[in-house]
Design a protein around this ligand. Structure first.
Ligand SMILES: C[S@@+](CC[C@H](N)C(=O)[O-])C[C@H]1O[C@@H](n2cnc3c(N)ncnc32)[C@H](O)[C@@H]1O
Length: 377
């Protein structure tokens, strides 16, 4: 019973008793005025009855999480979080953000306050929630990209699943996603850094070809593990290439690595071997099964005598890894991507292409994110 009443309080907290919302009152500080209104026990018991609805409580909690993420998305994309780096009043925000619809800003702020992502003191709003704070910190961009991807392209995979299951056309968003995917893909950087260190550290020469280089983060990690490393990153997506070039410049690595715009499957004189390492991180599912043999053979021919091929990616989850399963759902919903291959399918492919030795790295418990270092002898 006590637990149910606690849950009821939580319900009240989220919805607010009548009049708690600042919307319509024109004043955020009106929140404080309502705090003293006592809750009537009769209504508490009615809430408890509502909460007895089977399944309601867990769904309500998930829904709150979703609302919170929606708030963070809007607050990030509208510049609100940036503007609140310094606490300020609503009128200042209207000016800073050049807001044309103050009611909508008011509504967004109200969600932020109710979700406790924002706080208010002496009429000045500030960022209160851990998630919003992290996003505004250095390095928070990857998390912002994760939320943006989840609520846009990933969300679309589920929203359109019903008609696509019946043969409806797959999405063609891949070209628009390059920048976002490259920002989001940085999530695996610490693992990739260690994986690469085991391959490149202490080896000279170390010429690298990073296929589908995205943000260019892999080249930076390779350089951190081996300052002699040089090479090329290639990406087919213009926005990803722009991002990688900017990053490589910013990291002071422009004299070590060149970023080439192009399709790795097509001959390109800027991508000439031999390479001591060719890396394919989160890439194979951009190629149809029938094209993968040709791709791997083409890359194999560019390896130096002792050169290795390194593949790292989420493999098919088979019901065990929600991250990989979610990615697979997106892959199967978009034109230009394929379902995630299983680890066995990848190792068989590499064997077929002449890679007789393989080291397999299992990166995380409960995850199907694997690394494979493949050698020809
Ligand atoms: C999921 S992202 C991974 C980015 C990066 N490797 C990482 O793990 O952070 C895959 C990248 O491969 C690129 N790509 C796909 N097909 C390609 C091709 N045929 N040639 C070059 N790049 C390609 C995409 O544009 C995208 O930037």
């Amino acid at each position: 019973m006590v637990r149910l009443i606690e849950r009821g309080i939580c319900f009240v907290w989220f919805h607010g008793p009548p009049g708690l919302s600042a919307a319509g009152t024109g004043s955020m500080t009106s929140r404080g005025k309502n705090r003293g209104n006592p809750l009537n026990l009769r209504y508490m018991l009615s809430f408890v009855r509502i909460l007895k609805t089977p399944g309601l409580f867990p769904i309500m909690k998930d829904w709150q999480t979703l609302v919170r993420l929606h708030f963070i998305l809007a607050a990030h994309e509208s510049g609100l979080l940036k503007a609140l780096a310094v606490p300020c009043e609503r009128q200042e925000l209207v000016k800073k953000l050049e807001v044309k619809r103050p009611d909508l800003l008011e509504a967004l702020l109200d969600v932020g306050l109710a979700a406790k992502e924002l706080g208010i003191k002496d009429r000045r709003l500030f960022i209160k929630g851990k998630r919003s704070k992290t996003i505004t910190n250095a390095g928070g961009d990857m998390l912002a990209a994760m939320i943006q991807a989840s609520l846009t392209y990933y969300n679309d995979a589920y929203r359109n699943a019903a008609h696509r299951l019946q043969g409806g056309e797959l999405g063609d968003d891949l070209q628009k996603m390059g920048d976002l995917v490259a920002r989001f893909s940085k999530i695996g950087e610490p693992i990739i850094r260690d994986f690469l260190a085991g391959i490149v550290a202490g080896k000279t020469p170390m010429r690298i070809l990073d296929v589908g280089c995205g943000s260019g983060a892999l080249l930076r990690s390779a350089h951190a593990a081996n300052p002699n490393a040089t090479g090329v990153g290639v990406d087919i997506d213009e926005a990803a290439v722009r991002q990688a070039r900017n990053n490589i410049m910013e990291w002071g690595l422009a004299d070590r690595f060149r970023i080439v715009h192009g399709d790795v499957g097509h001959p390109n004189e800027e991508i000439a071997g031999p390479f001591d390492l060719i890396s394919l991180m989160n890439l194979l599912y951009y190629f149809n099964e029938e094209d993968r043999v040709g791709l791997i053979q083409h890359l194999s021919a560019m390896l130096s005598r002792r050169g290795v091929l390194a593949v790292a990616m989420n493999c098919h989850s088979k019901g065990t890894d929600i991250g990989a399963a979610n990615l697979n759902m997106v892959n199967c919903s978009l034109k230009g991507l394929t379902r995630l291959p299983s680890l066995d399918e990848i190792t068989s492919l590499l064997k077929r292409c002449g890679f007789g030795r393989m080291d397999i790295h299992h990166f995380m418990p409960g995850s199907t994110f694997y690394g494979i270092v493949a050698m020809r002898q």
